[in-house]
Write a new protein. Structure first.
Length: 167
């Protein structure tokens, strides 16, 4: 098995992060974004994740190439939600099935549990994304609801599932 190293994302990682994310924007249903994120947008996004409890971690495998990333983002701009973070995890296609998502999930949840500013972590997952739903359930997330046909991509209506974990 290939060694997986997890570390905090740095601005120099943004091109690799965007390559993974924008591939999903253009060809997948894990995000409902319809336009690729620009480098400037990506750098602003990364900068917004520089203060606790918001963060971004990357996974490196083998020769140090970035194979995936995970983020805890603001769930809502309303102050009453400040102790809740939204989790997103993306893995490059060639690295899928190698334990990258699980390593990232274990790392970020350890981080979340150690942060007194956090109480809940939520994920919004396209219902057809079985791998992501299974990953979240493996780490103790609970399915708390489904929004039917809430998203549209590639000309089809897609359901989304909400998952939560109290940390």
């Amino acid at each position: 098995m290939t060694s997986i190293q997890i570390r905090k994302a740095e601005p120099s990682d943004i091109d690799a992060i965007l390559a993974i994310y924008n591939e999903e924007v253009l060809h997948g249903i894990a995000t409902f974004a319809l336009e690729p994120m620009s480098r400037d947008e990506g750098l602003r996004w990364l900068e917004e994740h520089g203060e606790s409890p918001r963060c971004v971690f990357v996974a490196e495998i083998g020769d140090g190439g970035i194979a995936g990333y995970i983020s805890l983002s603001r769930f809502s701009w309303r102050g009453g939600y400040d102790r809740t973070a939204e989790l997103s995890v993306y893995v490059a296609k060639p690295a899928r099935g190698q334990g990258v998502a699980g390593a990232l999930m274990a790392h970020v949840l350890e981080h979340a549990k150690a942060d007194p500013a956090l109480h809940a972590v939520v994920s919004i997952i396209t219902s057809d994304n079985t791998a992501s739903r299974n990953l979240h359930e493996k780490f103790g997330f609970r399915h708390v609801g489904t929004l039917r046909e809430a998203g549209w991509k590639f000309g089809i209506a897609l359901d989304v599932d909400y998952y939560e974990l109290l940390v």
